[in-house]
Design a protein around this ligand. Sequence first.
Ligand code: FE2
Length: 223
Amino acid sequence: MEVDTNEQKQQLRYCDTTKIDAPRTLEDLINKLHKVFEDDEVNVEYVQKLMTSYESNRTDWKKFAKFDRHRYTRNLVDEGNGKFNLMLLCWNESQGSSIHSHANSHCFMKVLDGSVQEQRFEWPNQSSDEQTQMKYIETQKFKKNETAYICDELGLHRVENPSHSDKAVTLHLYSPAFDECQCFDEKTGHSTSSTVTFWSKFGERTPYGKCCAPVDMKCAENN
Ligand SMILES: [Fe+2]
């Protein structure tokens, strides 16, 4: 899956962001995403605006919104005809991810409820054994209905719910889907391979053991 950013825009069926028909429901958004990802290439800006134009309605997504007291959860919503994975991430107050990469995939993150904060970092020098503090780039905050985008070329990030009183829910699209990424230690830049898991799939709790074994739980990451 090639994701176009500039010169090939004209040849794509879905590239004109002024002609986006706002999805009325989450189901409508999913159907529209299936059409966009039928093509071999997609336009990042188009997907971002399409996701933004859906006005979040809790009734549409509440069956997928499952929280865990100890860590944020990843809940699979749709497998995108093999082109992408769409999932709900549920963040209790102050929960956050580690610093992680995206396995050469494209990551779109739309806020459905609350707000989230993203901190970006540069890739550490992985050819050196030297342990140095990772270079921080910037922090951005995303409010309800806004959509963020990241890929490995833009760096690494950590996402968190900065609120001490409100939960947050985000809708993530990864293309292509992946089940392993790298997690980084901010102080040393050291990375570990991490298998990503689902807390639930299609609204049903993933059976314990099935989703995790033989994953090292210390490294299992909900990115
Ligand atoms: Fe991420």
